[in-house]
Ligand binder design. Structure first.
Ligand code: AMP
Length: 403
């Protein structure tokens, strides 16, 4: 199926073509028609499914059909990176139109944002700064026709729900509302019930990991993780890797260590200024850095198509986080690899992750790094590919290919 049946305005079709999209993803197929019809939507979909285009394209269509100057669509996102990413996507789709969007978030000067609002039809914002601007009377939301809450579950995780409720009070009652969330905690269900009217629920792979990712476990002593990482960068063909650590400090120090060792790495973590975050992200996106070491919060909203590997240097705290992390690779039909470094005490979490994946994760080993000989806790449960010390390179590739 192509995008033709949606009957988008020719200038939107040109934007879609310029982005290289030939056919809609499942969420786009299901969500675009009801959104074009003006219905409210509750979309259960994770990042990587193409949900941004699913709500942006119908919004552009609505705005083009009845041109007007004021801000008419509001999209809210939990992080600056996601807001920026959505704004970039809007600009790409709207390139052949006169429609303008602005992203609004804290950590940078208000003045250029206030100026850009004057010309904007769409605002993409994080809740805190938007409330600030509302209080400063620098923005009016009186003409909003469409509201989107993206990654609503993360908004809740970050404690944004009270701010969001305050913002929603400023919006006209008569509007279209679209809520997207990867999971449905009861607080989000309650919020959705409150703000959505007769919504159509669109559910794509609810909480299911992206399918075209191969998952591998490396059982390893904690102190050997950096050496294994370096080994993998050398031995496996990594076009670009996103490495997750638990703490900001570790993200920073690991990136420094790798960069010093010549691996072209940078970090993305909460201690960076907005400018530095953007620089790191752009550097990774443009391929100037092959490795981005990040914390979970900082990595939300990262959309870099060519991520070939996601590496869990530290195991995530929840199954959802594992799904989110690994969903950064294997996007839009590309194949991706997810490697997770584990120690014996991680068995419980691995079991939960495997239950969610619906399969056991392949165990992989590397010469000189295998600590599993001493601990047989995973030994019988996982299919294991061992690698001989004699011919590490060739056999290693084989083990990775099997993973
Ligand atoms: P999202 O879930 O919106 O973050 O999208 C995930 C990735 O898929 C982004 O890099 C999009 O540019 C890409 N994408 C979205 N829709 C399509 C499509 N119909 N065809 C090809 N790529 C797409």
């Amino acid at each position: 199926m192509s995008f033709k049946p949606f009957n988008f305005h020719p200038s939107i079709i040109r934007g879609i073509t310029a982005c290289g999209y030939n056919s809609p993803t499942p969420i786009q197929k299901e969500a675009i028609p009801p959104i074009l019809d003006g219905q409210d939507i509750f979309g259960l979909a994770q990042t990587g499914t193409g949900k941004t285009a699913a709500f942006v394209l119908p919004i552009l269509e609505r705005l083009l059909k009845r041109p007007g100057k004021k801000v008419r669509a509001l999209i809210m996102a939990p992080t600056r990176e996601l807001a920026e990413q959505i704004n970039v996507n809007i600009k790409q789709f709207a390139i052949k139109t006169n429609l303008k969007s602005v992203s609004i978030y804290g950590g940078v000067s208000k003045i250029p944002q206030i100026k850009a609002i004057q010309d904007a039809h769409i605002i993409v914002s994080c809740p805190g700064r938007l409330l600030d601007l509302i209080n400063d009377r620098a923005v009016s939301l009186d003409n909003i026709e469409v509201l989107v809450l993206d990654e609503a579950d993360h908004m809740f995780d970050k404690g944004f729900l009270p701010d969001i409720k305050r913002i929603i009070k400023q919006l006209p009652q008569k509007r279209q509302s679209l809520v997207f969330s990867a999971t449905m905690p009861k607080e989000i269900k309650r919020l959705a019930e409150k703000i959505l009217h007769n919504p159509v629920t669109v559910q794509i792979n609810h909480s299911l990991p992206v399918q075209n990712i191969s998952h591998s476990l490396f059982q390893i002593k904690k102190e050997q993780r950096t050496s294994l990482l370096k080994y993998l960068f050398k031995e496996d063909e990594m076009k670009s890797a996103l490495v997750f650590t638990r703490t900001k400090h570790k993200a920073k120090s690991l990136a420094r260590q790798l960069d010093k060792a010549g691996y072209s790495a940078t970090s993305l973590q909460g201690n960076l200024t907005q400018q530095k975050r953007q620089k790191a992200l752009n550097g990774f996106r443009d391929g100037n850095f092959k490795i981005l070491v990040a914390t979970d919060i900082a990595a939300r909203g990262i959309d870099v198509l060519q991520i070939s590997h996601v590496i869990n240097y530290d195991l995530p705290d929840t199954v959802e986080t594992y799904t989110h992390r690994t969903g950064r690779t294997g996007r839009a039909g590309e194949k991706g690899k997810a490697y997770t470094f584990v120690s014996p005490e991680d068995t419980k979490m691995i079991t939960l992750i495997e239950r969610n994946l619906g399969k056991k994760i392949q165990k992989a080993t590397a010469p000189s790094f295998d600590s599993s000989q001493k601990s047989s806790r995973h030994g019988n449960k996982h299919r294991k590919t061992s690698v001989s010390n004699k011919k590490p390179r060739c056999l290693w590739s084989k083990s990775l290919a099997l993973a």
